[in-house]
Design a protein around this ligand. Structure first.
Ligand code: FDA
Length: 305
């Protein structure tokens, strides 16, 4: 119930205005959002990569319905990638892109065109792009764009959300050589008809999907903070005789940071998803929805404690 209410609020213009203009939300937001500028992103990326972690950067700004804004978001990614390339960070830091930030609501062609520019800039910086997965209604279009982009940029990463009933089928389609696939549980509200809503069922689906990806020929990116699923991922790597360089774990900036370092110290590849930018509202609300205790922290910040 609470999760649904927070996800609903993440789409509400009124709630966005109240939360965004409240100055006291700062510290709580900063736990999950690395900052507002390219400089902030470059600094955090430098720090994390110096500790042996990999990074994927998300420029916040989803759900754009304005063509100029979509273009500006794509330009921001290009500038970020130039910065990563110039700093020699391409081997350790890539970008994650939401198609809704670069114009998908205005048409698939526009989003594809903007995504191509970003992929070109990523190639010049010797790095890669992963297309985040958003609302369940956008899954088919996103996968179409992934397939289209992969004709020229075979290393474009796809995301599968385990809570979707079709997830296992999509994993089987995507488990081919060279295919980079991030598996996550799924962070958006979705109806019973298309998604599992019970935690146990979502976890079981995640395990089924992991089995398919880890037994396949692609490059799985296991995006979860769930200790049980991380252990199962490790066991599947052993079972499928996968070397540490043939898959990676992924976690969000600000969540289970000690675990990120523990896995990396053991020799695993761990990538941290670092979101930054001024448009943090939707991203932040999804982080609250994932864990009720985050809401307590947030509530405390509202009363100034
Ligand atoms: P779960 O929610 O069960 O959490 C397991 C444990 O992790 C919790 O008990 C807690 O300890 C910790 N934890 C998890 N979330 C927390 C939070 N917000 N605050 C504090 N602790 C927390 N989703 C999507 O729909 N499309 C996408 O493209 C992506 N991309 C993506 C990339 C990466 C790198 C990650 C890690 C996640 C995503 N997600 C996503 C989000 C994902 O779908 C999911 O909502 C979150 O990862 C939370 O699910 P867990 O697997 O961590 O399990």
């Amino acid at each position: 119930m609470l999760r649904q209410a927070l996800l609903f609020a993440s789409r509400s213009g009124g709630a966005r205005r109240i939360v965004r203009t409240a100055p006291f939300t700062g510290d709580v937001v900063r736990r999950f959002v690395a900052g507002e500028t390219v400089e902030d992103a470059a600094r955090v990326t430098g720090d994390l990569t110096a500790e042996g972690l990999l990074v994927t950067l998300d420029v916040l700004g989803e759900d754009t319905e304005d063509g100029g804004r979509a273009e500006a978001n794509a330009e921001h990614y290009v500038a970020l990638l130039e910065r990563l390339g110039a700093a020699g960070l391409g081997a350790r830091a890539e970008v994650s892109v939401k198609l809704s930030a670069i114009g998908s609501s205005l048409g698939e062609e526009l989003a594809l065109e903007n995504a191509r520019r970003i992929c070109g800039a990523a190639r010049s910086a010797s790095t890669t792009v992963t297309l985040d997965m958003e609302e369940h209604t956008t899954v088919d279009a996103t996968l179409r764009i992934v397939h289209e982009l992969r004709r020229d940029f075979p290393d474009v990463g796809a995301v599968i959300q385990a809570y979707l009933r079709r997830a296992e089928e999509h994993c089987a389609d995507l488990a081919y050589e060279g295919s980079r696939v991030r598996l996550c549980k799924g962070a958006y509200a979705a109806p019973e008809a298309v998604a599992f809503t019970d935690k146990e069922e979502i976890d079981k689906s995640f395990v089924r999907c992991m089995k398919v990806l880890m037994a396949g020929k692609g490059y799985p990116m296991l995006a979860t903070h769930d200790p049980r699923l991380i252990d199962i991922g490790g066991a599947l790597a052993v079972l499928n005789e996968r070397g540490a360089d043939t898959f990676e774990y992924q976690m969000l900036y600000g969540i289970r940071s000690a675990e990120q370092r523990r896995l990396a110290d053991k020799g695993a590849q761990v990538r941290v998803y670092v979101a930054y930018g001024q448009d943090w509202y939707e991203y932040f609300m999804r982080r609250l929805a994932e864990r009720p205790s985050n809401l307590k922290l947030f509530a405390r910040s509202l009363v100034g404690r």
